[in-house]
Design a protein around this ligand. Structure first.
Ligand SMILES: C[S@@+](CC[C@H](N)C(=O)[O-])C[C@H]1O[C@@H](n2cnc3c(N)ncnc32)[C@H](O)[C@@H]1O
Length: 318
């Protein structure tokens, strides 16, 4: 995986900027509705989270990279928290909506599955989990570039199932007790590749997770084929990304409205602070994870919500 601490400086500008974020956020909003607060797992610089945020739908970025979190904290002060996607600092069944954009495809298969399990753990009854799926396939628009790239992927043994394979994640989420709800797409406007950009990406072997240990000859042959294409700086068609969503138990009671009712307890545990030992407080919607996950069928109804705050990311933060 890329070093996102250093990538943070160029991340937004090289991934479609605000336009991509707004398109992604609009598609996500169509899947999760007005449910909030939302946890954005691997939320990076917060560019999508900020576009998704509304007064009634605050979004919290949970990410592992200091560089990305620093950008997110600038964008969404107090709403960026250091967190491992495999151990989210939230209680079981406490979060109305969890999103995950452009993360699962970067992970080993078992890790991607574990991230889904963690999302399912923190989702409140009636909550929604939405994630991008089939990202590599989104980029394959059948252009002359893609034909060359397909050969290279085959040489890398990358034709087998991707970690964000929609069908596989669907089966996995079903096993976690989630119900598939909807699928939508959004266009990566301006993200169509040119031969020149693809050559640059291939030369920088970090850009594609699947490149692995590809033999230098295979990469060299692809580079030569790409360099011979016409329109070296002409963009091929834009990718169209897919998002899928799953919900917890169908027919779960509707979530209480946001903002919280005036009787919420101020100062209740937040994602950046530890809860005292013992059972989780009953009046906190988003709080510290409590350890063991109760069976879905025995989950308690969601407690009332309390506003949450986070600290700016620091290296010392756990
Ligand atoms: C491709 S970026 C996507 C950022 C953001 N979702 C977006 O679409 O703009 C992947 C992000 O996942 C984060 N990440 C990778 N592994 C993680 C993990 N185990 N836990 C939390 N975040 C992780 C990286 O730091 C990076 O910010």
């Amino acid at each position: 995986m890329l070093d996102y601490d250093t990538e943070a400086a160029v991340y937004d500008a090289t991934r479609g900027g605000p336009q991509r974020a707004e398109q992604a956020a609009a598609a996500i909003a169509g899947l999760i509705g007005e449910q909030g607060p939302v946890i954005d797992i691997g939320g990076g610089t917060g560019i999508v989270a900020a576009a998704l945020t509304t007064p009634g739908r605050p979004v919290l970025v949970a990410d592992a990279s200091t560089g990305m979190l620093t950008a997110a904290h600038t964008r969404l002060p107090g709403r960026a928290v250091r967190a491992d996607a495999l151990a989210l600092p939230f209680r079981d069944a406490s979060v109305p909506a969890v999103i995950c954009v452009w993360l699962l495809h970067l992970l080993p298969h078992a890790t991607a599955e574990a991230v889904c399990a963690e999302a399912a753990r923190v989702l409140a009854p009636g909550g929604v989990f939405a994630t991008t799926v089939d990202k590599a396939a989104a980029h394959d628009t059948g252009s002359d570039l893609d034909i060359i790239l397909r050969d290279l992927r085959r040489a890398a043994g990358a034709d087998s199932r991707a970690a964000d394979d929609h069908a596989h994640l669907g089966r996995h989420c079903a096993a976690l007790g989630l119900t598939e709800a909807a699928t939508t797409t959004f266009t990566g406007t301006g993200q169509g590749r040119t031969p020149a950009t693809l050559i640059a990406h291939l030369r920088d072997g970090r850009r594609f997770a699947w490149m692995g240990d590809l033999p230098a000859e295979a990469v060299g042959a692809a580079l030569a084929a790409l360099a011979a294409l016409p329109g070296q700086h002409t963009r091929r068609p834009d990718p169209r990304y897919t998002l899928a969503s799953w919900t917890t138990r169908v027919g779960a009671p509707p979530l209480p409205p946001w903002p919280p009712s005036p009787d919420s307890t101020p100062g209740a545990p937040t994602p950046a602070t530890r809860s005292p030992p013992g059972p989780p407080p009953r009046d906190t919607r988003l709080g510290e994870r409590s350890g063991k996950r109760p069976p879905a069928a025995r989950r308690a109804p969601p407690p009332r919500r309390t506003p949450w705050k986070t600290q700016p990311p620091t290296r010392e933060q756990p």
